[in-house]
Design a protein around this ligand. Structure first.
Ligand SMILES: [Zn+2]
Length: 224
């Protein structure tokens, strides 16, 4: 494991970068998926209707749109760390405020899952990629990636395709369930989503996690 992490992975990254150099999603600059100038030009997310969800970037910004699109639909999974980096400061600040860093309490980082059918079609869960990169960047903390706890029980229509709030809420009724609930009883959960619109997905997932015994569910999205 350590050998893979410390020796093999950097070599693979080097070869991939040489063959397929990354390019800034905003301006095309070679060597990064998001250059500092473009990053600085992205406006922050407007506050979400659901006050318990914090988002970093405004989804209206074309660069943010393209980053999410590339990760979700173009199979450019290497862009996930850019999203994780965006979330990092916000989450670090929140958990530091509660003095949870350095405590022994393990916090579970749970990405919004895909249904089994959607996962089969896409081949990967892009939100899980973001959550994994996030946990890696917090490597010395007590954050643990958990992908087998929150389960999407059925395929739902994309939330953005639905016209109004009641349709969006109806679309998600009983869409999630919890497996291995003993692992979340009394725990703090950090719930991760890519984009939040009305916050209905996160609200439903949070409700399911709380009902299964999670003490607190902190929810974050890359964009809103
Ligand atoms: Zn740029």
């Amino acid at each position: 494991m350590e050998l893979t992490k410390n020796v093999i992975r950097p070599i693979i990254n080097f070869i991939c970068e040489a063959l397929f150099p990354s390019q800034c999603t905003g301006c095309g600059k070679i060597g990064t998926f998001l250059c500092d100038t473009c990053r600085a030009s992205i406006p922050p997310a407007e506050p979400s209707a659901d006050k318990e969800v914090r988002a970093v970037w405004s989804y209206r910004h074309p660069t943010v749109h393209r980053i999410i699109w590339n990760l979700k639909y173009e199979g450019i999974r290497a862009v996930a760390p850019v999203c994780a980096e965006a979330l990092y400061d916000m989450i670090a600040e929140d958990i530091a405020e509660e003095s949870l860093v350095g405590s022994n309490e393990e916090m579970l980082v749970i990405p919004i899952p895909l249904s089994r059918a959607r996962l089969k079609t896409r081949g990967y869960n892009h939100t899980e990629d973001i959550a994994r990169a996030l946990v890696t960047s917090f490597s010395d903390s007590n954050l643990v990636l958990a992908t087998d706890i929150l389960i999407k029980t059925r395929d739902t229509k994309p939330q953005m395709s639905l016209a109004n709030k009641s349709e969006r809420l109806r679309n998600l009724i009983d869409a999630f369930t919890v497996s291995h609930s003993s692992r979340i009883i009394g725990r703090t959960v950090i719930l991760i989503d890519d984009v939040t619109t009305t916050g209905a997905t996160i609200a439903e997932a949070r409700k399911t996690l709380r009902a299964a015994g999670a003490r607190e569910v902190k929810a974050y999205a890359v964009a809103h």
